[in-house]
Ligand binder design. Structure first.
Ligand code: CA
Ligand code: CA
Length: 339
């Protein structure tokens, strides 16, 4: 009798549990498709491509991609771009447009021009010294905003020279004017150089997104002092939903693995993407110099044949054989020394 009662109680418990499980499963079945649909309707996506994955210092590098919201191309987005060199230092910051420029900017760059270290206009700088830039930013928000202001300088051949950044907090609806330095490498070519100014929530490698439309200005790099005219313009926009930029990583930069980051914020959502590219020199014996020793290594493998793609380092141009073309290729870099 006693045993029977226990069995009945046990069955009742089992039935209750089944009911609870059934209710839970039913709830999950109802909720799961809903959640997926909501996510799909609110999805911000970014693609990031480069035209190659392996480059030589001095090559043109094209970075491009598209911005999507709900699977449709975004034609009024801002895309942030950061590239970090092999020692982890950010050498490039840009903000690219995917079409028409947005009508509002959270932190706006009102002006950017080359200057001396006190902020007075100055248009030419000597190689091997700091260039200075006078920049004015305004916080258009109703709240205080902490953000990064970045500058990136390119030489007359679109080669990355250097970047600098500074982060601080600005009260609502106030502006700040300050002077930032960027180093001009002593190997940079003379001529007309360009500076790009941007603001970001934080560094892109830490998930930062652009807050402003990019500003740019030109200046002159000289080997001695000189003058030139000053300009201040917003960079050109890109095609509908797509972004693209091309630059060079010159011989005076580090060879190795570079990390490229892109990001965007649109309709209160943020999205980031990352890609690594290799930018090298034919330094076959890894002594941070390209000299006759590297030529000798190639010469020692003359006549080697394999399949295209470069299975041995001495096939520098990766065409599947080691011949005079590889010697010529290495000769182009003769005299190179690591920074
Ligand atoms: Ca070497
Ligand atoms: Ca070859």
């Amino acid at each position: 009798m006693h045993l029977t009662l226990i069995r009945i109680e046990g069955m009742l418990e089992m039935n209750s549990m089944k009911k609870i499980s059934f209710v839970l499963i039913s709830l999950l079945l109802c909720l799961t498709p809903l959640t997926v649909i909501i996510k799909a309707q609110q999805s911000l996506q970014i693609t990031l491509y480069t035209d190659k994955t392996i480059y030589w210092l001095g090559d043109s590098v094209r970075v491009y991609g598209s911005l999507y919201f709900n699977s449709s191309l975004v034609s009024d987005g801002l895309v942030g771009l950061e590239m970090d060199n092999p020692i982890g230092y950010a050498v490039l910051f840009r903000t690219l447009s995917t079409g028409t420029l947005p009508s509002t900017q959270e932190v706006e760059i009102l002006s950017l021009f080359p200057s001396d270290e006190t902020g007075k206009p100055k248009n030419s700088f000597k190689r091997g010294y700091q260039a200075y830039f006078n920049i004015t930013v305004r916080n258009n928000n109703d709240t205080a905003v902490g953000f990064y202001t970045t500058l990136t300088c390119f030489d007359s051949a679109q080669g990355i020279m250097d970047s600098s950044y500074w982060n601080f907090t600005l009260s609502p609806h106030t502006l700040a004017r300050f002077v930032m330095p960027v180093y001009i490498p002593d190997q940079a070519p003379t001529g007309t150089a360009t500076v790009y100014g941007n603001t970001f929530t934080k560094l892109l490698k830490l998930g930062g997104t652009p807050l402003s439309i990019e500003k740019s200005a030109t200046f002159t790099i000289t080997s001695s002092t000189g003058t030139s005219s000053q300009t201040d313009k917003i960079s050109a926009t890109q095609g509908t939903g797509n972004y693209s930029t091309t630059f060079k990583c010159p011989l005076y930069q580090y060879p190795g693995s570079y990390n490229v980051y892109t990001s965007s914020r649109y309709n209160n959502q943020t999205v980031t993407a990352q890609k690594s590219i290799g930018i090298y020199v034919p330094d076959l014996n890894n002594d941070m110099k390209v000299d006759v020793l590297d030529l000798i290594l190639v010469a020692a493998r003359l006549g080697w044949t394999g399949s295209p793609g470069g299975q041995i380092p001495e096939d520098v141009n990766r065409d599947g054989e080691v011949n005079v073309l590889d010697l010529i290729f290495v000769a182009r870099f003769l005299g190179w020394e690591g920074p």
